[in-house]
Ligand binder design. Structure first.
Ligand SMILES: Cc1cc2nc3c(=O)[nH]c(=O)nc-3n(C[C@H](O)[C@H](O)[C@H](O)COP(=O)(O)O)c2cc1C
Length: 192
């Protein structure tokens, strides 16, 4: 699972990360869950606001069915096998200034990035989802308007692609590609 897709010498937890859809039956322990959340906690944020929040649900326990129900059907199809679903939210107000925090989603992304790296280092898989209904989930959990519902994180131990619906099996065995650095990085001047 941890084969890097880069030709450069990346940290294994960065190069080996991918977004699984196949999950095994193995549960995520409280200690493993605490560790990945702790990795998110130590992310940097604008003015150290730490705007991220995580609503954690475990399969068969409080909140899980409601969060699962908020996913787009194409995501629900496989995400229901994973032992943990988490809603990732941000508080929109920068408390030190009493103003809109324009970096809140940026900061959440950093925290989730760290969570994903820590998860990969443990051998866990984490799949982020934008394909859910924020309105439905907000209503189900009575989440106030000052929070933005950004993604749902699917966490668990990667499983066998054969357990997936047929149209997803080949996709699970294929790793995504990336644009070359030359397309993404500009030195000295910007050329759109
Ligand atoms: C903000 C965000 C939203 C995403 N939403 C979905 C989604 O709704 N369904 C899905 O299957 N994958 C989703 N993904 C996963 C991406 O498709 C995936 O990260 C991308 O194709 C790169 O593949 P990799 O993560 O395996 O390297 C999302 C990823 C991010 C970061």
């Amino acid at each position: 699972m941890n084969r890097s897709r880069s030709t450069l010498d990346l940290l294994p937890a960065i190069g080996g990360r991918y977004s699984p859809r196949a999950f095994s039956d193995r549960d995520v322990t409280d200690a493993e869950l605490a560790l990945v959340l702790e990795a998110a906690r130590w992310a940097p944020s604008s003015m150290n606001e730490q705007p991220w929040r995580f609503l954690v649900t475990r399969r068969g326990a409080e909140g899980h069915a409601a969060l699962l129900d908020g996913l787009n059907p194409s995501n629900r199809l496989w995400a229901d096998k994973a032992p943990v679903l988490m809603l990732a939210l941000v508080h929109r107000i920068l408390h030190k200034l009493g103003a809109e925090n324009h970096h809140a989603r940026h900061d959440l992304g950093l925290a989730v990035g760290q969570l994903g790296v820590q998860a990969t280092a443990l051998g866990l898989g984490m799949h982020q989802l934008g394909g859910f209904s924020p309105d439905k989930v907000r209503a189900a959990f009575a989440i106030p308007d000052v929070y933005d519902l950004v993604t749902v994180l699917v966490l668990g131990w990667p499983g066998d692609a054969d357990g997936l619906p047929e149209h997803l099996r080949e996709r699970e065995r294929t790793r995504s590609l990336r644009k070359p650095l030359s397309e993404l990085v500009h030195y000295g001047r910007f050329t759109p």
